[in-house]
Design a binder for this molecule. Structure first.
Ligand SMILES: Cc1cc2nc3c(=O)[nH]c(=O)nc-3n(C[C@H](O)[C@H](O)[C@H](O)COP(=O)(O)OP(=O)(O)OC[C@H]3O[C@@H](n4cnc5c(N)ncnc54)[C@H](O)[C@@H]3O)c2cc1C
Ligand SMILES: Cc1cc2nc3c(=O)[nH]c(=O)nc-3n(C[C@H](O)[C@H](O)[C@H](O)COP(=O)(O)O)c2cc1C
Ligand code: SF4
Length: 673
């Protein structure tokens, strides 16, 4: 018996028994879009089925061209396409798994000029204005859903998930915000619900009773004009009566200005919403978002918040999540740290999704971990993310690996990142690697700055020596009030009440959050809800309240030379959250500045190419976050002795917030060395 009795309890759904309470939530990876990628998708899902997840849901497939999220994206509209999906469903079934296909009609979120919706109202996040559907047009969309579900059945899927949340087509009919119709598809709440209910009812009629219909129901829209709680509950009841097997939780429309999945969102932040909904229906209810560890999932289920938990990104990070939980190896789980860097940010950039902490995700056929044919003695220098990934992967393949780390702890800059409020999850990656070092038998030398002599006798030398903060050439940069981000965040050097942060890249943004936050809202759900204005959905429509951020203990100025926006290099899904957080904390952002000098008076600035508008910021401290320099001394020394070296991670390319590249590069090297 493991410590997760609720999580691992089977669920009898009549015609099928799920072996546990874990669903892998829907994620569009980009492998759905082309037939030639289906074998890769099959390998991706098969690996996760082997890992023991109870039920998986594919990324969204449009039921017709108008519902396409992007032109030539994923859709399931013909028998020929359905036949090709057999490779996916057979692979999953061969591993003893179950898989449902998600039907997602994007409505006004469709990124093409032929989009349709309830009304001709443009979404704030899409330049294309949709066409309002006629009555016949609405009926044709319903038929498309039903046909798509029938094709999914023909393709061997165990069910479908009807995507009714996140602001997509069905939501656009449900909410007053986007449905201004006066016919039988709009006006009253009953009329607005008609589309969703008809889709489920007619799908059940068509597919029969031995096929799962999951309905993803938006329980908290998090936008003005969203559904009231009474409407949410009434919808749930009607969806159940129409024949759904399971109701899944959807949180927040894409256009909402409340973060719902980034790393600063507390774990299991929205399960109370599912808990409020669950008593109103008799079918099993799934909860979702930011559940990443077995103990978190277990607590959610033990509290009775839901019958099942859906985890999406955690299965990118670790396909064996369930297997490890079941076999008392939770400490071996590679935890999703909710960075979005290789998954959602890739999808938004029209790249195929993967995972920062698991570069093999959705690359299973390409990046295979095969035992080495010739065991080598390998030295890895530096136990940051790059060195750790290289060391454990090489050792897992059968090499003898020694890892040298100058610091007294492993983790490199992740040891700094984890101290940023809202980035505590980064500690999980360090924990994961610590465990994997033990399991793979890597010989770790902590507190040992490797020298050329230490590296004699190894067949291969991998240098992952990382970076050091760059010191900009500003007059007065050696003034005692000047500190580096390492001094402040890692070494805990005292900082005064007014501070200027030089450099508004990812680290400058993080340091500003560090300086303006006393206790991390990510660890305090109520404080986080207050900061972002997340209210009780049973009282406030759409769960929208008034944001009330805690006052900052400091006045912080965040400065950059460039005129563009702060944190411009941050991902699309995370950058806006950081910018909004800094605004909440009244961090003054100054762009297009020239740093003239630093002295007892403070930081002297001018603005623009003509060095105009001189201004002195009378600050107690200046914290420098002005980029990094690669640490390559050892590489140069080794090359001078004609020893070949592999340079990886920050030591190879000193870019900010670049762990994704570092881990990917390290893993690929170790898989071939
Ligand atoms: C505040 C902060 C927030 C961040 N947030 C993110 C984020 O959200 N996303 C992201 O992708 N990245 C983020 N990063 C950057 C990320 O941490 C780095 O890109 C990543 O750590 C680079 O990995 P690395 O292994 O190449 O180098 P490092 O992490 O710099 O590790 C290098 C290691 O080598 C050791 N070393 C150096 N020389 C020797 C020697 N001669 N012998 C032995 N050991 C040696 C060092 O002590 C160090 O531990 C953040 C960084 C900071 C500081
Ligand atoms: C790369 C990516 C793609 C996604 N695509 C879909 C999708 O096609 N349909 C959907 O309902 N949700 C999609 N989601 C949202 C997830 O299903 C889930 O709600 C979200 O990631 C939060 O859960 P998690 O914290 O367990 O990842 C996607 C999420 C990610 C990260
Ligand atoms: S890239 Fe980041 S958010 Fe996405 S699955 Fe991996 S760890 Fe999680």
């Amino acid at each position: 018996m493991t410590g997760y009795p609720n999580l691992l309890e089977p669920l009898d759904l009549g015609h099928v028994v799920l072996p546990n309470r874990v669903i892998m939530g829907s994620m569009h990876t980009g492998l759905e879009d082309r037939a030639k990628d289906l074998p890769k998708l099959a390998a991706y899902f098969a690996e996760r089925a082997r890992g023991g997840v109870g039920l998986m849901v594919t990324g969204g497939y449009a039921p017709n061209r108008t519902g396409w999220l992007t032109p030539f994206g994923s859709k399931l509209t013909s028998g020929r396409q359905a036949a090709r999906h057999r490779i996916v469903t057979d692979a999953v079934h061969a591993e003893g798994g179950r898989i449902a296909l998600q039907i997602l009609h994007a409505g006004r979120y469709s990124y093409h000029p032929f989009s349709v919706s309830a009304s001709a109202l443009k979404a704030p996040i899409n330049p294309f204005r949709p066409r309002a559907l006629s009555d016949r047009g609405v009926r044709r969309q319903i038929t498309a859903y039903v046909d798509c579900a029938a094709l999914a059945r023909e393709a061997g899927y165990d069910g479908v998930e009807i995507m009714g949340s996140e602001g997509y087509f069905i939501n656009q009919f449900l909410a007053e915000r986007t449905n201004k119709r006066t016919d039988r598809w709009g006006g009253s709440p009953e009329n607005r619900r008609r589309l969703a209910v008809e889709i489920v009812r007619r799908t059940r009629e068509r597919v029969g009773n031995d096929f799962l219909i999951i309905y993803r129901l938006s329980m908290a829209d998090l936008v003005e004009g969203g559904q009231s709680w009474d409407e949410v509950v009434a919808l749930g009841k009607e969806i159940e009566a129409a024949g759904a097997s399971i109701i899944n939780t959807g949180i927040g429309w894409h256009e909402a200005r409340v973060p719902t999945i980034v790393t600063s969102v507390p774990r299991a932040a929205f399960t109370s919403v599912t808990a409020a909904f669950k008593p109103h229906v008799g079918i099993p209810v799934v909860t979702s978002n930011r559940i990443n560890l077995p103990q978190v999932a277990e607590e959610v289920l033990a509290r009775g918040d839901a019958d099942l938990v859906s985890m999406a990104r955690p299965f990118l990070a670790d396909p064996e999540w369930v297997l490890k939980a079941t076999t008392d190896r939770a400490d071996e789980i590679n935890v999703c740290i909710a960075c979005n860097q290789a998954c959602l940010d890739h999808v938004f950039a029209k790249r195929k999704a993967s995972c920062m902490v698991n570069p093999r995700a959705a690359r299973e056929t390409e990046l295979q971990l095969l035992p080495t044919r010739r065991t080598k003695n390998i030295a890895v220098v530096g136990a940051g993310p790059a060195g750790l990934a290289a060391a454990v992967t090489a050792a897992e393949r059968g090499h003898r690996v020694e890892l040298f780390e100058a610091d007294s702890e492993i983790g490199g800059q992740f040891g700094i990142a984890r101290r940023i409020p809202g980035k505590e999850e980064f500690a999980e990656t360090i924990r994961y690697y610590r465990r994997r070092l033990d399991l793979t038998g890597v010989k770790l030398h902590l507190g040992r700055r490797a020298t050329v002599d230490d590296l004699a006798g190894f067949d291969e030398i991998i240098l992952a020596t990382g970076v050091v903060p760059r010191v900009p050439a500003i007059p007065g940069i050696d003034h005692p009030k000047v500190l580096s981000y390492v001094d402040v965040v890692r070494n805990g050097r005292p900082v005064g009440a007014t501070v200027a942060v030089i450099g508004a890249g990812g680290i400058g943004v993080d340091v500003s959050e560090f300086l303006t936050t006393e206790s991390s809202p990510a660890l305090d759900l109520e404080a986080w809800k207050a900061e972002w204005g997340v209210a009780d959905p049973t009282v406030a429509p759409g769960a929208l309240g008034v944001p009330r951020p805690e006052a900052s203990p400091r006045q912080v100025y965040l400065l950059q030379r460039k005129a563009g926006k702060i944190g411009a290099g941050l991902g699309k899904t995370t950058g806006w959250v950081h910018r909004a957080a800094l605004k909440n904390k009244q961090v003054e952002q100054l762009r297009g500045v020239n740093y003239e000098r630093i002295d007892d008076e403070g930081l002297h600035l001018t603005f623009g190419p003509k060095r105009e508008r001189p201004r002195v910021l009378a600050v107690d401290n200046v914290v420098v976050c002005a980029g990094q320099e690669p640490v390559r001394d050892l590489a140069e020394d080794l090359r001078a002795t004609n020893r070949p070296v592999h340079l990886i991670g920050g030591a190879d390319v000193a870019a900010e917030l670049d762990a994704k590249r570092a881990i990917d590069q390290a893993t690929r090297l170790a898989l071939t060395i």
